[in-house]
Design a binder for this molecule. Structure first.
Ligand SMILES: [Zn+2]
Length: 68
């Protein structure tokens, strides 16, 4: 999974790299990290700047739109 190039939450290609193993999505305002084993941890950035850790597998349709 090291070559993941779409958002794991919304499958957008509007993603950027923050640093090694850490990425963000410009579409749904989520960030995620990819660990060496390929495990993905997704974080949501809320409108007040709080970072909320999400578990991959949550239904994305339950997430309201985040403010970037
Ligand atoms: Zn996304």
């Amino acid at each position: 999974m090291a070559g993941l190039n779409v958002c794991p939450m919304c499958n957008s290609r509007e993603i950027g790299k923050i640093n090694r193993g850490r990425f963000f999505c410009g579409e749904c305002c989520h960030e995620w990290t990819i660990e060496t084993e390929g495990h993905i941890t997704v974080y949501r950035i809320t409108s007040d700047g709080t970072i909320v850790r999400l578990r991959k597998g949550n239904n994305p349709t339950n997430l309201s739109t985040a403010a970037c």
